[in-house]
Design a protein around this ligand. Structure first.
Ligand code: CO
Length: 142
């Protein structure tokens, strides 16, 4: 075993997804299809978050193309402020509630105080980017 294989990401077991905010979901899907031959494995509208997503599977992880469905959703505001691009990183965890508590105990800043339903039947919680070196982190329990 190499030293790299022994390295440990603690509570983070895998990259679940990299989320990319886009203005035109169909155009982004076409780009990945035409450029990389990548096809969508899952689509879902999450009304409570005001988003529609298209997931492209890459090995055991996903690229999550994300577009707002309402003008006042957080992703719509993000696009207005920062434009298209990487929006958040989803890390897989074994237990979302335990991981959230660990972030809280470490003095991290939470967006979700308790885990909530995500897409694909997952349980998720978001950690604020301000106290996480500028990256919005999503904890994802499958
Ligand atoms: Co996500």
């Amino acid at each position: 075993m190499t030293p790299d294989q022994r390295a440990d990401a603690g509570l983070l077991t895998e990259i679940d997804h990299v989320a990319i905010a886009v203005r035109d979901l169909e155009a982004a899907i076409s780009y990945y299809a035409d450029t990389f031959g990548a096809t969508v494995s899952h689509r879902e509208r999450i009304e409570s978050d005001g988003v529609e997503e298209a997931l492209i599977r890459v090995a055991d992880s996903y690229i999550q193309l994300l577009t707002p469905t309402t003008p006042d959703s957080p992703v719509a505001r993000y696009l207005e402020r920062k434009g298209e691009g990487i929006h958040h990183v989803g890390y897989r965890v074994a237990d979302c509630g335990a991981a959230l508590q660990a972030v809280r105990d470490a003095g991290g800043q939470l967006i979700d105080q308790t885990p909530r339903p995500g897409s694909r039947g997952t349980t998720v919680a978001f950690v604020h980017p301000k106290a996480a070196f500028g990256t919005l982190i999503e904890l994802v329990q499958e």
